[in-house]
Design a protein around this ligand. Structure first.
Ligand code: SF4
Length: 88
């Protein structure tokens, strides 16, 4: 593997989104969701119902809730999270 294709060994914990490769950023987010502890993770049916509500909401824009600023897929994945507008 040459230096150009080599994955960084350390994650940049202080990087802003604009400084990161967006594809990798979102892949990392999905990986994070997939590996949430079962204790805090919303059941898949709940998760999908929440996202279905977000899909009909005017606050959803490019995956982000303009009411709370979260990526809705991340917010909906945690059982104890709620929608800022009590839609779920
Ligand atoms: S979290 Fe609530 S306010 Fe935000 S997009 Fe989803 S339904 Fe709308």
């Amino acid at each position: 593997m040459d230096a150009k294709t080599e994955e960084p060994k350390v994650r940049c914990r202080k990087c802003l989104i604009r400084e990161m490769d967006k594809e990798k950023y979102f892949a990392n987010m999905y990986e994070y969701i997939a590996h949430l502890d079962e204790d805090i993770k919303a059941p898949i049916e709940v998760y999908e119902k929440r996202l279905a509500v977000c899909k009909t909401c005017d606050y959803l824009e490019e995956g982000m809730c303009r009411a709370c600023g979260c990526f809705v897929e991340l917010r909906a994945a945690v059982k104890s999270n709620i929608c800022s507008y009590n839609k779920w």
